[in-house]
Ligand binder design. Structure first.
Ligand SMILES: [Zn+2]
Length: 702
């Protein structure tokens, strides 16, 4: 459910998603010739290169090719840094900023490709080479953003006649340099670079451990699958040893926790899942916290949370704390109310039960929805087979924004992967891949991975969705349909913001704590009957009945209080690991404390959830961004509620004023431009406290 935060972005902190890929319309030996001329440039003051180096998947098929391409990129960039540092003319937009921009573009293109291959490629050697490439790129990026001469030359460029995007490019770039530590002494800068390298390496290992550690529950009889949907049982037949294997991968895990009638087995599977990457990630996380703390101190911040929030909408860890406290207040009653409903339902099965346990939550939730709201998710999923859902989402996007999506014939890294082109009228505006089904060694969550930023007149945006959904005519959970739309929201944001000149304006280069808002808002369309009746059909071809959707909407906010509190516990964990000196910090204790403080649930005894909580690397202190963005998304959606969800003019204005702008203005300004007023968190507060529940239900079912 997230956007892949690029490694470079962790350093070039102004851009979350700087990343890029094949120069779409340029082919040939472009890259090689450019490299030669750049090396020649060292001896005499010549003009700097503004071309983009060609990096494409076609040339990244084997581990050797990845390594070679990566080494070429690193050496090109090293030469470019020398040229940029030794540039003797008066630096200007044309002679200096454009060549510098092209370095970031090429760098992020290589990084986007390496990051995507590391998460997807079926060949382990390619994944390893891609990880290694990520490290080298991160290291050379440090050299660039720690270069005092380049920083000074950028500062000297006369911007008086420049347009607003160029000015913003420089403004964001200088912040990036300063947050990198460019203004520190040489010894400090050297240590900063060491730490950046270390953080990248630890983070990669942390992530890799999570991917690699798949645990398995072994069942000896089909009877132990009682409660599960038929197709799940069919897909989990005994193997040659008579064992039924349930893994901790999401497509196995979530249905089991939702439907299995066995309290013991749900507990066992929960335990397996909450010990993934443990113990190996405990020490790694300690090291990561320590390195980031040292880095923050060197750069003049009190702690890493302060460093990472300084260029976000929130601005400080204190504002995050305040925000979490506000949401805690809004959810107090709803959480208590919902919890008591679950407890009462549990007591029907276990009359002596004193409390609801974590492994019972999804199961009881499902029971309550079915018995009290008459929503049976097994019935609902009959209407969402993968292929039809995918087509439905592509149609929605085309209708909403007046765009065309057609298949794109190109090579990919696996036969499951589909490729598409996006057009506005005749004009090709971007391309994307859908890699949507689970397989060995692949990234296990759902995320958008940018490959290549769109740069006006130079290259088209290219992005991949990585998900782990059922395939073909297999059925999806409704929650998976929501996730699909969510991730597609990231994809569209990235593609529609692909027509800018500067790397840190193009794509999803807005503040990180705004990034989720467009995706969270797009999820709302899954509750719109006009939208889903177009594709939600069962095997007999019958559309999802309107009264079933009405019941789903009525049940929608049941559990919202509890669910939000769980999110707050994650956000608080993420913040509290990073807003202090981690010396002596006990990860298990902190994790359990946050669970107790924010939720009604007891932490799983013997569980080590933090070890497989990948966001603690990628998002560090800022998991709150999901809730912050959601508050904004809820506010933006009020305009669609007023104008109509299928209102193409409103959608067009949304595209122009928010999505298409990328990082051209601060996010708060973009939202104000669209809404015609400042952002308000009241709609979200109302929803959490249940005040607008009826209003939402009525309006969504219109
Ligand atoms: Zn997301």
């Amino acid at each position: 459910m997230n956007i892949k935060p690029m490694l470079i972005a962790a350093i070039v902190s102004a851009t979350i998603l700087a990343s890029c890929g094949p120069a779409s319309d340029q082919e040939g030996e472009h890259a090689a010739t450019q490299k030669v001329s750049m090396l020649e440039g060292q001896s005499a003051p010549v003009s700097l290169q503004t071309d983009y180096r060609l990096i494409s998947l076609e040339r990244l098929q084997t581990a050797e090719q990845v390594t070679q391409a990566c080494e070429a990129e690193v050496s090109s960039l090293e030469s470019a840094i020398i040229n940029l540092e030794n540039f003797t003319q008066q630096p200007s937009v044309d002679n200096y900023l454009k060549p510098l921009n092209s370095q970031f573009v090429s760098l992020s293109t290589m990084e986007g490709h390496a990051g995507t291959l590391a998460a997807t490629h079926p060949d382990e050697a390619v994944r390893d080479a891609s990880d290694a490439c990520g490290k080298s790129l991160s290291s050379v990026t440090s050299d660039l953003t720690l270069s005092r001469p380049i920083y000074e030359k950028v500062s000297q460029v006369d911007l008086s006649g420049s347009d607003s995007e160029t000015q913003r490019f420089v403004e964001k770039l200088l912040v990036t340099f300063r947050l990198s530590g460019v203004d520190k002494d040489e010894e400090t800068r050297a240590r900063v670079k060491e730490l950046n390298d270390e953080i990248t390496a630890i983070g990669q290992e942390f992530d890799r451990n999570i991917v690699d550690d798949v645990r398995k529950l072994e069942l000896s009889s089909v009877d132990q699958l009682a409660g599960l949907p038929e197709d799940y049982i069919e897909a989990h037949q005994p193997d040659e040893d008579g064992l039924i294997i349930i893994s901790t991968r999401y497509p196995d895990l979530f249905p089991f926790l939702t439907y299995s009638d066995s309290d013991e087995l749900r507990f066992e599977l929960s335990m397996l899942s909450s010990n993934r990457a443990y113990p190996q990630n405990e020490e790694l996380l300690q090291k990561l916290l320590k390195a980031r703390y040292e880095l923050a101190r060197l750069l003049g911040f009190r702690n890493y949370a302060e460093l990472i929030t300084v260029n976000k909408m929130v601005g400080s860890p204190e504002r995050v704390e305040q925000f979490l406290a506000e949401l805690t207040g809004y959810t107090e009653e709803a959480q208590e109310r919902d919890y008591q409903v679950l407890l009462a339902r549990l007591r029907q099965d276990q009359p002596d039960a004193q409390r609801v346990e974590l492994w019972q939550r999804a199961y009881l939730n499902e029971k309550v929805r079915k018995e009290q709201f008459e929503v049976d998710s097994k019935e609902v999923r009959e209407y969402f087979n993968y292929n039809a859902t995918r087509d439905g989402i592509l149609t929605l996007i085309q209708d909403m924004f007046g765009l065309t999506i057609t298949p794109w014939s190109t090579d990919t890294w696996h036969e499951d992967v589909e490729s598409y082109e996006l057009r506005d009228g005749e004009k090709l505006i971007g391309r994307f891949y859908l890699d949507m089904h689970p397989r060995e060694g692949k990234y296990q969550h759902a995320a958008a991975f940018p490959l290549q930023n769109g740069i006006s007149g130079q290259q088209l945006p290219l992005v991949t969705l990585l998900c782990n959904f059922p395939r073909g005519d297999e059925l999806m959970q409704h929650t998976q349909v929501v996730t699909f739309l969510h991730e597609f929201g990231h994809l569209m944001h990235f593609l529609l913001a692909g027509d800018h000149d500067w790397f840190n304006i193009s794509g999803i280069s807005t503040e990180w704590d705004f990034v989720e808002a467009p995706s969270q808002m797009l999820q709302e369309w899954v509750w719109d009957y006009d939208t889903i009746s177009g594709f939600a059909r069962n095997a007999e071809g019958e559309p999802l009945p309107k009264n079933l959707l009405d019941k789903m909407i009525a049940a929608r906010d049941f559990g919202l209080g509890m669910g939000t509190r769980r999110q707050l516990s994650f956000a608080a964990l993420s913040l509290n690991l990073y807003n202090r000196d981690p010396k002596g910090l006990d990860l298990k204790t902190m994790t359990d404390d946050m669970t107790r403080k924010y939720t009604k649930f007891e932490p799983l005894e013997g569980g080590h959830f933090f070890a497989a909580f990948g966001h603690l690397n990628g998002y560090s202190a800022i998991y709150y961004t999901y809730q912050w963005s959601l508050a904004i998304a809820t506010d933006i959606f009020t305009r669609f509620e007023e104008d109509g969800l299928r209102n193409v003019e409103t959608a067009g204005e949304y595209r122009d004023k928010i999505l298409g702008q990328g990082g051209a203005k601060p996010a708060a300004e973009l939202v104000t431009d669209f809404l015609g007023r400042e952002i308000s968190f009241k709609p979200y507060a109302d929803r959490l406290s249940g005040a607008s529940k009826e209003k939402i239900a009525t309006q969504s079912s219109e």
